[in-house]
Design a protein around this ligand. Structure first.
Ligand code: CA2
Length: 144
């Protein structure tokens, strides 16, 4: 099981600002937690972040034949990006939407996800543990 974790804009700032919303863990801390769980479940993980929509689209396209599951925190692009949604559909790789915060309990513009309808499911609101839970979800993605 090969899982591609993709992180969208500003998530490189994690742990540096807004700890009351996003927690104190840095993105490197989140990656370490993901790798620890992946090791337990004998899964392999690639972990990337970009502030550029096109780069995220490129990574999704290139994942075809390379990864079994994509775990995607598209950050602000969640709420705006038809391009990411189309890329997920185009590659046909099961994709899990992740958010640190509970987007449904925040501003109304965060309630709408353009990618949710083309993802297998959403894991939101558990901070860094949303990512850890995504490893478990990925490993079991075909058990429905
Ligand atoms: O809760 C999440 O994981 C989000 O994807 C985070 C995005 C936000 O736009 C989504 O609505 C929900 C924001 C990521 C920015 O992260 C920062 C972290 C620390 C300081 C500033 C921004």
């Amino acid at each position: 099981m090969k899982i591609l974790f993709l992180n969208g804009p500003n998530l490189n700032l994690l742990g540096q600002r807004e700890p009351e919303v996003y927690g104190r863990a840095t993105l490197a801390d989140v990656e370490a937690k993901v790798r620890a769980r992946a090791r337990e479940l004998k899964a392999s993980v690639e972990f990337r972040q970009s502030n550029l929509e096109g780069e995220l689209v490129g990574w999704i396209q290139q994942a075809k034949g390379q990864f079994d599951v994509i775990a995607l925190n598209a950050a602000a692009y969640t709420h705006t990006s038809v391009a990411l949604r189309d890329a997920i559909v185009a590659v046909g790789i099961p994709t899990i939407e992740i958010h640190l915060s509970n987007v449904h309990a925040r501003e109304e513009f965060r309630h709408k996800s353009l990618i949710a309808p083309v993802c297998r499911g959403q894991i939101v609101g558990f901070g860094a543990n949303s990512y850890v839970l995504a490893v478990d979800a990925a490993v079991n993605v075909n058990e429905r």
